[in-house]
Design a protein around this ligand. Structure first.
Ligand code: ATP
Ligand code: MG
Ligand code: MG
Ligand code: MG
Length: 442
């Protein structure tokens, strides 16, 4: 007979000893294979904390803590995209070559496009982006009316690009998650408004994540179109070179500059300062480039067919995760944007056999109390039950993973007025708090 549901008690407590965070990668320093691959801080920290595991070049296993963090990021992105009217869909990753030939990008994309054939010898690609697919979809709708526009469709899916140099962990993969949104509008003017509202949504998103970004004029590359901006996180390892005017609002990716003279082309008086950035988002005003060839039309107010004005807007979802870690973290441990930490709190009971062993029970109680009193923390508090290890060793691990709050339950918790040692990883601050103080803080 199969074991009854009762034979395995349900354990709501999240125990660090049971979390799948493969520790054989912890000491990257001793693993020569990994040493060779280590190209930046976020990659090293993510490997050490058991967040990712390498498979093929540019491809990673996203381990459970990363998936938790990604799901949180997706939720925030969904909120911001839906706040401006975005509707989420999910398009196939396999795309027929026909579509890419129609847009003339089958040849243009060169080696970056992953190509394959099906059993009937028909050409396909693994989509690196979805302008062709979404425009065809909208073109198939015979009855699209101007009243339904602007139409904003987006998805958060895996994208495939055979990057010449996949590196920096999740920052430049060959298989990665992107949020890509596509807009359809009645006129150029309406399309500019939509473009503007997406840029504002991006700026709200980065503000909520606590990430400082620079918005720069950008090249339209092989996506094409008339107007384009990149959202860049300033970072030393960034692969983009940015020019920002010290006097006016001008900022641009070097790629867009025809001359590299350092005087500002906008105000003419300011000097351009160069810095490096990680491109985390990219917006394009496409005009009719795709809607014309695929005949994405709508019936206008005069009941005549008219070709839609389009925009497309990418966000590197996995890249944002890694880039946030890159710009916020110290060399010793990850600092997450609060909203994205895989778990919010880690509770550390004392080492087994130590003189304050009896505080162990209190630690477990605390985990339950936190979840009871603060619904926001349900499923967010882990107990580091590896009590054969010293507090110091476990603290080091907790710092690596970057729980925003680490609570040490030790001697002070046994006193008449129990107090808990709380380490705020974001600020590096340590404080001793009463139970109520703890609830206030969290
Ligand atoms: P890059 O210049 O870094 O190669 P891109 O300009 O080719 O990026 P876009 O086509 O603008 O990329 O795609 C939209 C977003 O997808 C980018 O802004 C970036 O955040 C993300 N992205 C692009 N390529 C990768 C990749 N190889 N790995 C992870 N994220 C990526
Ligand atoms: Mg690229
Ligand atoms: Mg780019
Ligand atoms: Mg780009």
């Amino acid at each position: 007979a199969p074991p009854s549901a009762h034979s395995r008690p349900y354990k709501p407590t999240l125990l660090v000893s049971r979390l799948y965070q493969p520790s054989h990668l912890r000491d990257v320093g001793q693993d020569t294979r990994l040493q060779g691959e280590m190209t930046c801080k976020s990659q090293r920290l993510m490997l050490q904390a058991g967040l990712i595991h390498p498979s093929n070049p540019g491809c990673y296993y996203y381990l459970p803590a990363t998936v938790r963090s990604m799901e949180k990021l997706v939720r925030v992105i969904d909120q911001e995209m839906q706040a401006i009217g975005g509707q989420k869909l999910d398009m196939p990753s396999l795309c027929s070559a026909e579509l890419w030939k129609t847009s003339e990008r089958w040849d243009l994309m060169g080696k970056e496009l992953f190509r394959l054939k099906d059993r009937h010898d028909v050409d396909f690609c693994l989509s690196p982006t979805h302008e062709e697919a979404v425009t065809t979809l909208v073109a198939h709708q015979a009855t699209l009316s101007y009243r339904q526009l602007p139409l904003l469709l987006y998805q958060i899916t895996r994208k495939f690009r055979d990057e010449p140099k996949p590196k920096f962990g999740l920052l430049r993969g060959r298989e990665f998650y992107m949020k890509d949104m596509y807009s359809f509008d009645v006129s150029e003017e309406a399309a500019y408004q939509t473009y503007e509202s997406v840029c504002q949504a991006y700026s709200r998103l980065f503000a909520r994540l606590g990430l400082h970004y620079v918005q720069v004029q950008a090249d339209t590359g092989n996506i094409g179109g008339k107007l384009s901006h990149e959202f860049q996180l300033p970072a030393q390892i960034g692969e983009d070179r940015l020019l920002v005017c010290g006097t006016c609002s001008f900022s641009a990716n070097v790629e867009t500059m025809t001359s590299d003279r350092m005087d500002c082309p906008q105000c003419k008086t300011g000097t351009l300062m160069e810095s490096k950035g990680i491109e985390v988002g990219h917006t394009f005003y496409l005009g009719k480039k795709y809607s014309q060839v695929f005949q994405a039309t709508f019936s206008n107010a005069q009941n005549k067919l008219s070709v839609a004005e389009m925009g497309c807007y990418g966000l590197g979802v996995t890249r944002i995760l890694a880039a946030a870690i890159e710009v916020l973290s110290t060399e010793e441990g990850i600092r997450w944007p609060d909203l994205l930490a895989p778990y919010q709190v880690c509770v550390l009971p004392p080492k087994k056999g130590s003189k304050v062993d009896e505080a162990s029970g209190l630690a477990e109680e605390l985990v339950h109390m936190l979840a009871e009193r603060l619904p926001r923390l349900r499923g967010e508090v882990v107990l580091d039950d590896r009590t054969q290890m010293t507090i110091g060793k476990r603290l080091k691990d907790a710092k690596r993973l970057g729980y925003p709050y680490v609570i040490v339950v030790g001697q002070a918790a046994l006193e008449e007025m129990p107090r808990y040692e709380v380490i705020c990883q974001q600020t590096g601050e340590t404080m001793f708090l009463s139970e109520d103080g703890l609830y206030d803080l969290l």
